[in-house]
Design a protein around this ligand. Structure first.
Ligand code: 4NP
Length: 155
């Protein structure tokens, strides 16, 4: 079965679009066939492109995320995706609440996939300065790399 991964943050305009982009790049490098998407637990930014600061950090790292549009997590996501990956604990807790009884997706925290960083959040950069987005990119890249390697090994 082809793995499918949904990355989830709060607004789907900063962290999860960057995680989606970093993971897609990593999967391409590893020649891993995978379905990737992202969503937010909140609905404030539905239909919007990623935050300009997120678009800028992606561009600095060679990835164009300008065509992505924010959407909110829905019950069907818990059946459609094999993996639903939260960017922080608050969003993971909300996902556990939102998951329908027949959910099949495996829920996790992105940095749980990184040895030595289990339980750590990818900090919300929205209310901070531009440097925060560089840290976000670093964190989601490390997480995406570990997750892609795990999926390739099939564990
Ligand atoms: P994200 O960042 O969850 O990484 O997309 C945020 C985006 C918007 C808001 C908070 C965090 N907001 O409060 O609107």
């Amino acid at each position: 079965m082809i793995p499918s991964v949904l990355f989830v943050c709060l607004g789907n305009i900063c962290r999860s679009p960057l995680a989606e982009a970093a993971f897609r790049e990593e999967a391409r490098r590893l020649k891993l066939e995978v379905v990737v998407d992202s969503a937010g637990t909140g609905g404030w930014h539905v239909g919007e492109p990623p935050d300009p600061r997120a678009q800028a950090v992606a561009r600095r790292n060679g990835v164009d995320i300008s065509a992505l549009r924010a959407r909110q997590v829905k019950p069907a996501d818990f059946r459609r995706f094999t993996h639903v990956v939260a960017l922080d604990d608050d969003n993971l807790a909300n996902l556990r609440r939102l998951a329908p009884a027949d959910a099949t997706a495996e829920l996790s925290l992105l940095l749980d996939h990184v040895e030595g960083r289990e339980g750590q959040p990818v900090a919300d950069p929205y209310f901070g300065d531009d440097d925060g987005f560089d840290l976000t990119w670093t964190d989601v890249t490390v997480g995406a790399r570990s997750l892609a390697q795990k999926l390739r090994r099939n564990d």
